[in-house]
Design a protein around this ligand. Structure first.
Ligand code: ACO
Length: 427
């Protein structure tokens, strides 16, 4: 097969190289397009634009496949922990026993934040969304670790610090928002158990970590850990491409994740289910409403830019929701409503024709809710999960000798040149 694509422009023919990935994905390399032809490409929403080559995550949206460093997500969800999966994403291989032990120790050692940073939490109103606090705190870490400004040195130490501290910041912001004393991390606890302890323990009472919940949190975080060049990851890469430090780049990624069309959808799903419950609306009527473009509404937790099949993460979470809620003896009418809504949508021609399936956010909120995590912390949970992916992608870019600042072009559609009109002569 030809290794070139032919482009005919104004009677001239140009040859453009074809790049093939390790799973057979194909791209036309247009790196020299403008220099050779004077043309650029326009691709709204980057639907067809590959921003990078990457060896981290493979995703086939048509077949519902997701693999981190070649390992299927189903395998990792069943057998791995979040810390081990983070190592895999960031360093490229599963750690051996010593490497995992050393990595876990480092994460334990760096779990505290500078005492001064605790005062920052006092500056926020009780109504502050925890995503606003999270992104500001993460950016502020660069003030406490000024060596992070040199992005090519100590990269791995900054990454480990951040991975460890993000859950501490998240839990502190939650404690602050409910007016409870913050709980410091405890060194004998695992990454996820420690997070739960900081979220839910009280200084006045002993706290017992529930192993089922720890396992569930591990799985949820693993499922969110990377998703190749999505909106927030592309933001992390774009900001990092200017050689802004890791903390600043991740802080920007947190803001991108916050939006309801991305990580903010898990919160929106619960709010949507709540609305259906309280108004007593029938599922088929709600489905009719989201199909009506005039309503400006969407079925939150449904549809995906890349998956045109059942999101493999949603499949795992749907089973987990049944399992965890069943085990805890919780009969959640919201889960039943979600299942009914899913059934109504999946049998509707509108959703079938557009290949709209539940995405990771459709069931994750129900699980977080069952674990006692408040709704406005759902997207924070997503951010904790996605962090190793952001770090791995940032590191891959920084390690690439051919990296370039990200700087797209545009086609200007504004006014042609005209002269400045003094204010007294303006109509
Ligand atoms: N409900 C109703 N209709 C939908 C939905 C939905 N959830 N999602 C897409 N559609 C329709 C669109 O209206 C459009 O219809 P049309 O062809 O008649 O105009 C068609 O399906 C294609 O939709 P686009 O918006 O063009 O698809 P895109 O790839 O740009 O958007 C997105 C993907 C943003 C995820 C979209 O499906 C959506 O808004 N979903 C709801 C929000 C959500 O769950 N986000 C979480 C995504 S997963 C994540 O970030 C972790």
């Amino acid at each position: 097969m030809s290794k070139e694509a032919k482009l005919i422009l104004e009677d001239k023919e140009f040859a453009l190289p074809i790049i093939t990935g390790s799973e057979g994905e194909k791209a036309i390399d247009i790196t020299k397009l403008r220099a050779q032809t004077g043309y650029i490409t326009i691709d709204s929403g980057y639907m067809n634009t590959g921003a990078t080559k990457s060896a981290i995550t493979f995703l086939d949206g048509e077949r519902g496949i997701l693999r981190y460093r070649g390992i299927p997500i189903e395998d990792l969800a069943e057998k791995s922990t979040f810390v081990e999966t983070s190592y895999l994403l960031i360093y490229g291989e599963l750690p051996n026993k010593e490497q995992l032990h050393h990595y876990s120790e480092l994460l334990t050692r760096h779990s505290m934040i500078h005492e001064d940073m605790k005062n920052f939490f006092d500056g926020y109103p009780a109504t502050a969304h925890p995503m606003a606090i999270l992104s500001a705190m993460v950016c502020s870490l660069s003030a406490y670790y000024p060596e992070s400004l040199n992005v090519f040195e100590n990269m791995e130490m900054q990454a480990t610090r951040l991975l460890s501290k993000l859950r501490t910041i998240a839990a502190f912001s939650y404690k602050k928002s409910i007016g409870q004393p913050i709980m410091y991390p405890l060194d004998h606890l695992s990454y996820c158990a420690n997070f739960l302890q900081m979220m839910f323990a009280h200084p006045s009472q002993p706290y017992e970590v529930d192993d089922d919940i720890v396992r569930a949190i591990n799985i949820l975080l693993i499922l969110h850990a990377d998703h190749e060049q999505n909106c927030s990851t592309s933001t992390v890469r774009l900001v990092g491409s200017s050689q802004a430090n890791l903390f600043a780049s991740i802080s920007a990624g947190i803001c991108a994740l916050w939006g309801p069309l991305h990580g903010g959808a898990n919160q929106e799903v619960i709010e949507m289910l709540h609305e259906i419950q309280t108004t007593g609306m029938k599922c088929k009527d709600f489905v009719a409403k989201v199909k009506d473009k005039k309503s400006n509404m969407r079925l939150m937790g449904f549809g995906h830019r890349v998956y045109k099949n059942y999101d493999p993460r949603a499949k795992i979470l749907k089973q987990m929701a049944d399992l965890i809620l069943g085990k805890k003896g919780i009969k959640d009418p919201m889960l039943e409503l979600a299942q009914e809504l899913e059934g109504a949508a999946l049998s509707d021609p509108y959703f079938i024709e557009r290949k709209l399936y539940p995405n990771v956010d459709f069931y994750s909120g129900l699980l977080y809710k069952a674990m006692g995590i408040p709704i406005n912390m759902f997207t924070v949970m997503f951010a904790i999960g996605r962090l190793p992916g952001w770090i791995a992608q940032w590191k891959e870019m920084m390690d690439d000798p051919d990296r370039k600042i990200g700087r797209p072009r545009q086609i200007y559609t504004g006014q042609p040149e005209r002269h400045y009109v003094p204010i007294e002569k303006r109509r």
